[in-house]
Design a protein around this ligand. Structure first.
Ligand code: CTP
Length: 398
């Protein structure tokens, strides 16, 4: 983000303190930040804090004549590359949607000709209220990018969507807004596994699972859109190969492990496949016939763990991401899995509903720093957000 100019409007919510972290992240990435603090925002952070972090004067009032002479609100709103509203409160978004301009922040938002990105943070009931839903829809129709808030426990003691997203996610969204056509992963190799594996029992039967491959294919497509060279190792699914993606079709876990090995090295590997944990100890070369006696017992043997092999192996990608399909104690199992498999992130999803085969997903990203819970969204949207998070994590410059 070197040389990019961000106008940051800090609204009045408890998440305002996180705007301070955002300023530091933006400065670290080479952007300059000029802050506008609403009266509500000033109840949570001081102009002095924002000025010290941004190393720029902080603007608070429309009627500050000194400001008006030196830096009028029109100029202030137009000399930025991007206007970021963080936290965007329900009140601020309602005013933006209605075109109300009754203080410096809302006047700037009405006067600007630059892209605007709003990062909402509010109580779950305010976020889900019909009025806020309407306002968010209006803002999006007006071309404002409204980032989806995270889910989780809130400062007010309630639980649900409305939490300010993690700084890395906000930075990824800012990167995307600054350069929507950028290819931040150009020159990088991404390896993705997707779909189920089929483990043959005899020439006509196999062990399988319900994975549709949709999430993995969407992630491969999203990484390719960001410019990555993508190798997609796909289990048996009837999905179209996404544009710009090199696809290797496999059937069994062993074939998938070999294909992954041959596709290395990779800068990032996203192991979305639902690999069968076991295969039959000995595949029958003939169809197993009913004998009239007891049903045949299937002796099973364990398949190689491809993710763990990468995580603990010598050719580990810089960023290694696994998936965890769980039906109970989702976060606890996934957190243990991250360490056990040597992954950087585990994307956990609860598959007790109709996630497998469906078009929507709800994920938690488990990293060394903690858990980030994303709200329910289409698999394509999740893939896009994830691809940008990956680009940001790899330090790709936008
Ligand atoms: N995985 C893999 N190779 C395997 C099994 C799993 O690469 N043989 C990867 C999956 O692609 C996924 C992650 O490991 O990224 C989690 O897989 P999962 O089957 O949920 O975990 P398991 O280790 O099998 O744990 P459990 O079955 O106890 O849930």
């Amino acid at each position: 983000m070197t040389g990019k100019r961000i106008l940051l409007i800090v609204g009045g919510g408890i998440a305002a303190y996180k705007a301070c972290e955002l300023i530091r992240a933006l400065r670290k990435s080479g952007a300059s930040v000029r802050c506008v603090l609403t009266a509500g925002g000033a109840q949570f952070v001081t102009p002095m804090t924002l000025a010290a972090l941004s190393e720029q004067p902080v603007h608070t009032s429309l009627w500050d004549l000194k400001d008006e002479a030196e830096m009028g609100h029109i100029q202030l709103s137009r000399e930025a590359d991007l206007v970021v509203v963080c936290p965007a409160t329900a009140d601020l978004m309602a005013k933006m949607a209605a075109g109300i301009a009754d203080d410096l922040a809302t006047t700037l938002l009405l006067a600007t000709d630059k892209p605007v990105l709003a990062v909402p943070a509010m109580n779950v009931r305010m976020w889900t209220h019909a009025a806020t839903r309407r306002n968010v829809a209006t803002l999006r129709a007006d071309g404002v990018t409204v980032v989806e808030p995270d889910e989780g426990p809130m400062a007010c003691g309630e639980f649900g969507p409305g939490r300010l997203p993690e700084i890395e996610a906000i930075m990824a969204a800012i990167g995307m807004a600054l350069a929507p056509d950028a290819k931040p992963l150009a020159g990088r190799h991404a390896l993705v596994t997707a779909g189920p594996t089929h483990e043959p029992i005899d020439p006509v039967r196999y062990i399988a699972n319900r994975s549709s491959g949709k999430q993995g294919f969407a992630i491969a497509a999203a990484l390719a859109r960001l410019g990555a060279g993508v190798t997609l190792v796909a289990g048996p699914v009837a999905l179209a190969t996404p544009p710009g993606v090199t696809r290797i079709d496999v059937e069994t876990a062993n074939e998938m492990a070999n294909a992954v090995d041959r596709a290395l090295p990779a800068d990032v590997a996203v192991m979305v496949a639902a690999v069968a944990d076991w295969r039959t100890a000995a595949e029958s070369s003939q169809k197993i016939k009913k004998s009239g006696d007891a049903p045949p017992a299937l002796a099973l043997t364990e398949n190689p763990d491809i993710l763990a092999g990468l995580g603990h192996g010598p050719r580990r990608p810089a960023l290694l991401i696994g998936f965890a399909a769980e039906t109970q104690d989702v976060l606890a199992h996934a957190t243990a899995k991250r360490v056990r498999k040597g992954a950087d992130w585990i994307i956990a999803n609860d598959v007790s509903g109709d996630v497998m085969g469906g078009d929507r997903n709800r994920i938690h990203i488990i990293t060394a720093d903690g858990v980030e819970s994303w709200p329910d969204a289409g698999k394509d949207e999740i893939a896009d957000r994830l691809a940008h998070r990956i680009a940001f994590a790899l330090g790709a410059s936008v």
